[in-house]
Design a protein around this ligand. Sequence first.
Ligand code: PGA
Length: 254
Amino acid sequence: MTRRPFICGNWKMFKTSAEAAALARELRAQVGGVAAQVAIAPPFTALPAAHNALVGSSVELFAQNCHWEASGAYTGEVSAPMLRELGCAGVILGHSERRQLFGETDATVQKKLKAALGAGLTAIVCVGETLAEREAQRETAVVSTQVRGALAGGLTSADTARIAFAYEPVWAIGTGKVATPAQAQAMHATIRGLLRERVGGAADGIRILYGGSVKPDNAATLLSQPDIDGALVGGASLQAADFSRIVAAARERV
Ligand code: PGA
């Protein structure tokens, strides 16, 4: 089964609304008309400005997190229907920074996934082991637990079209230390095997992105692996030229 490559930029807590609009405008000019699915995930406050800058382009708008309830007494939180209203097509869930710094667990990721899909959003569920876990050769166990945990609420075959996973080894995020294509491929194949246990052959249609120091000069090699279907890009997504080169690498894979 061919899977459409998917490149998503995770802007983290960078870019004011004005800066986001400018970068979104640059990107739409540079990555328009490509076969790959392309998305950017600015901070919450910059979503409306980025949305305006992207009107009429194929570049999609994603958020970086959401709450699991549609509304309620949850000070400081933002819900999936609220993101939908702002024009978001999807949301990143369970990023390692959220897990490590903001107490997210497999249980909250699972509830958020259910809420996101229920609101009509696409979700990118992030998983990945720390350096200590890899050194202890526990990476497969850790990532398997995260994948199973995210899907503990069940996954219908209809959901499979709107879910993607991102394997992001924590030791590779923002460090310049990228997983080797073989290390990444091995984990992606493991994840696909877990997905097959859940949804059978439909697992072959689910995109699994790699994330962690993806740059223009390593994107093509990573994307040439059979189970690497795209990239979740942090630092390199903040420069239009770099992000466009990564998108171009995905285009070559199509
Ligand atoms: P990086 O971040 O590309 O800067 O390593 C990736 C991510 O955190 O999603």
